[in-house]
Design a protein around this ligand. Sequence first.
Ligand code: GDP
Length: 302
Amino acid sequence: EKVFSGFSKTRENLAVVDELLLYWNLADTDRVLDELEEALLVSDFGPRISFKIVDGLREDILAGKLKSGSEIKEALKRSVLQLLTSKGNKSDLQLGFRKPAVIMVVGVNGGGKTTSLGKLASRLKNEGVKVLLAAGDTFRAAASEQLEVWAERTGSEIVVAEGDKVKAASVLSQAVRKGKEQGYDVVLCDTSGRLHTNYSLMEELVACKKAVAKVIPSAPNEILLVLDGTTGLNMLPQAREFNEVVGITGLILTKLDGSARGGCVVSVVDELGIPVKFVGVGEGVDDLQPFDAEAFVNAIFS
Ligand code: GDP
């Protein structure tokens, strides 16, 4: 399976769990759980979640509910799955019934927004959805051209800014109007991603959201935050900020084919209470997959 082939480091870090649990006995519980917690920490689960998981296991062991290493391992996998799915397991896009549905992607530069949007266009087209792309990253010079390449590759129509000083909000609003007038099913909106600490980016994103809602009050239907999986726990502060300012409805975690550490997927879902909708597993057109929490857990604890 290509989907979670990239977590070799995580798998390596967590392989110690099997060794630990193989020789587990009740008297050894504290030491084993300490080492298990350490393995979770180095896999980027973060201190709070690592503690929470291990504490739950300890309770169940002491209560006599877990009696063997393999039962502990299964309980560990269950608790990670629970963390990933407790705040809603809705990985499908929520597009409502009013057409066109509007999906915005947001996130810092280099995270994989434009690429993910292109791959998403391809997925939707394959499902027979009529897609319009909107080049809302008017800040990064090459972003529009990059999205135009994806439009060509996927056979999608695209709306780009005409002229230099056109605001992102006006490109998106124009695209949504066109989408409405010409019977499109979905408008996919790219946005700018210059440094997230730059207040004006957040202002711009809010303006984009408002501009879209002015054309269709129920839009945007989805605001997907694109996060680079290789940045590990560093993704948390930026994710929080985007969520506070624009309100994120789902996550796209990219570059999971690389050196991503699996634990941060769990951390970010737990911290934000927002489901992962898609994962990026490569640069090709088919390398955006719906997130399958169970497959993910099986992959990192394989
Ligand atoms: P943006 O600035 O957020 O729009 O980021 P881009 O879409 O331009 O992506 C930045 C770089 O990351 C590009 O070279 C992409 O090809 C690459 N990239 C995006 N998603 C993935 C992924 O899932 N896996 C890999 N390996 N590379 C990716």
